[in-house]
Design a protein around this ligand. Structure first.
Ligand code: SF4
Ligand code: SF4
Length: 389
């Protein structure tokens, strides 16, 4: 069946090969299509114009400081979880030019801003990614001083999200109430089944995109099956005893975070000896802040060419784990790794709430996986609570 458009809230079924038609249609609608790709042993987001480029049949095993891909036989498109990239890499890129000047006949000429990027369509974002997007909106758009580049990219963003059927051992979205079900903020929400996708439309343009694919209306039982998949996963995540250590890289999710009075726990324990203990292990490498989908610190540099006639103002990601980050006229404020780790965790889980009204953590687990020494914020909070197993 086809139609000019499908209303918001429709549930339709498309055969798996029609995923290519969906990608083609998004490109025909003028989008640059981004999706999961295999690169250097991980699933990242990059340009995708063919389903052949998707990491079909691969799943990830994750734990503290551990990430491995392995093939699985059922050939599912989306049973890996989250990789080191997030939507942050595209909406708030690691490096971007804010301003460009050139000197011509002793006059400085301001260059016109670069033409806007083509609109992005992202395939494969997860529930925690959508929550992180909303958290970054609060930082960049829902504030007095709006970031125009972020806002331009964000306002045109098309999200084809995917309901998770599987979680990594590092995921704790169930604790943060951010997943695994995709419930809002999407244009399309896909649930993968054995030979088809169930697709829910979340916007008019989502309805336009999927209407171009050969689709059939879903039966009630197909809709129920699609809704059941992330709910069953969430139940399994809750049931699993926290921090059980058996079957490290094969078992179902092991982590959870007790968020009860978390802000007060952190702010009432600023001198707890655990901060020194984590500082003994932390390398202050900043990996956790680079992969975190909500961390938003940046720095601005003026860059000139060797003649001094071309000047660019560039913004790049920064991290509270570096000494320079807290440098002021009298020197570095947070001199110790202890104070930097404490700054990061108390901001992420406590003072972020004072600043933006929500937690800065969406429970994606990236900071646990990509920490080279496996520092795990769920473990650090359990230690502060005195509930370490
Ligand atoms: S703090 Fe860690 S688990 Fe929380 S959103 Fe950032 S990377 Fe994900
Ligand atoms: S917690 Fe881990 S990833 Fe973060 S700065 Fe320390 S060593 Fe690096």
């Amino acid at each position: 069946m086809s139609a000019t458009n499908l209303p918001v809230g429709s549930f339709v079924r498309i055969a798996k090969p029609e995923l290519q038609t969906l990608i083609d249609q998004l490109r025909a609608m003028g989008y640059r299509t981004i999706g999961p790709r295999l690169s250097q042993g991980a699933v990242i987001y990059d340009d995708v114009d063919s389903v052949e480029q998707l990491p079909r049949g691969w799943v990830d095993q994750q734990d503290g400081g551990f990430y491995r891909l392995q093939p699985q036989e059922d050939g599912a498109y989306f049973d890996y979880v989250v990789g080191p990239h997030s939507l942050k890499n595209f909406l708030f890129p690691p490096r971007e030019t804010l301003l460009q000047l050139s000197r011509e006949q002793d006059q400085w000429r301001l260059h016109a801003p670069a033409p806007p990027d083509p609109p992005l369509a992202v395939l494969g974002a997860r529930a925690c990614d959508l929550r992180a997007l909303w958290v970054q909106d609060l930082v960049f758009v829902e504030v007095e001083f709006v970031d125009p580049a972020y806002q331009a990219r964000r306002s045109n963003l098309f999200v084809a999200a995917v309901n998770c059927r599987r979680a990594a051992a590092t995921c704790f979205c169930h604790s943060m109430k951010t997943g695994p079900a995709v419930v809002s903020g999407f244009d399309l929400a896909l649930t993968e089944q054995d030979d088809h996708f169930v697709i829910e439309t979340g916007s008019e343009r989502g309805g336009e995109a999927v209407a171009a694919c050969p689709w059939t209306p879903c039966t009630i039982s197909e809709i129920e099956a699609a809704r059941r998949a992330p709910r069953e996963l969430e139940r399994a995540m809750h049931q699993r005893a926290p921090r059980e250590r058996q079957d490290l890289h094969k078992g179902p999710p092991l982590r959870s975070l007790d968020v009860t009075d978390l802000r007060e726990l952190l702010l009432n324990n600023l001198e707890h000896p655990r901060w020194e203990s984590v500082a003994q292990r932390c390398l202050a490498c900043a990996n956790c802040t680079m992969v975190c989908p909500t961390c938003f610190c940046s720095t601005v540099d003026e860059v000139t060419d060797l003649t001094g006639d071309q000047v660019r103002r560039e913004r790049s990601w920064a991290s509270c784990f570096t000494a320079e980050h807290s440098y002021m006229n009298s020197g570095t404020v947070r001199k110790s790794v202890r104070s930097r780790y404490r700054q990061w965790l108390t901001h992420k889980l406590a003072t972020w709430i004072d600043q933006f009204g929500v937690s800065g953590c969406v429970g994606c687990g990236r900071c646990i996986t990509w920490c080279p020494v496996g520092i795990d914020l769920t473990e650090e909070i359990a230690a502060l609570r005195g509930t370490m197993p």
